[in-house]
Design a protein around this ligand. Structure first.
Ligand code: ATP
Length: 120
């Protein structure tokens, strides 16, 4: 039962295949692994879950890589009378790479280089 494993919190974002929420856990064992206190849960209607199932399989190929988000597995929940498919993911607390790159524009070092180029 999903509700015993994790509790849905705020929405982190939305992609083409599901909504990603921050979720708290009680550090329960899931698929032989102790879940961290915070995870990201990517959810969609069970009837549209083929893409998330493929994502789970794909992430499983990189399960030993420290550079790829870890997928703990998937489970189902029943919310507002709809069966929801949930992918339980490692929470990336640093935000997205896209945002990091966008924020580079405001880094002081970048400003210095821009200024230097203008002067020359
Ligand atoms: N593991 C995670 N930890 C923290 N935030 C996440 C995590 N996965 C996704 N997010 C947030 O949720 C948003 C949507 O992610 P998702 O993977 O569903 O779609 P996407 O990769 O942005 O786009 P698409 O599904 O179209 O490829 C991301 O932009 C990010 O802000």
């Amino acid at each position: 039962m999903a509700e015993l494993l994790w509790k849905r919190g705020t929405t982190l974002g939305q992609g083409g295949f599901g909504v990603v929420s921050l979720a708290s856990t009680s550090n329960a064992l899931f698929n032989g692994v102790t879940l961290p206190s915070l995870i990201a849960v990517k959810s969609c209607n069970y009837s549209d879950s083929q893409s998330l199932k493929e994502e789970e399989e794909f992430l499983g190929m990189f399960k030993h890589s420290p550079c790829i988000i870890h997928c703990f597995g998937a489970n189902l929940s029943f919310e507002d009378e709809v069966i929801i498919y949930n992918l339980l993911l490692e929470y990336a607390s640093g935000g997205s790479l896209a945002n990091r790159l966008r924020n580079c524009n405001s880094l002081p070092e970048f400003e210095v280089k821009k200024h230097t180029k203008n002067v020359l």
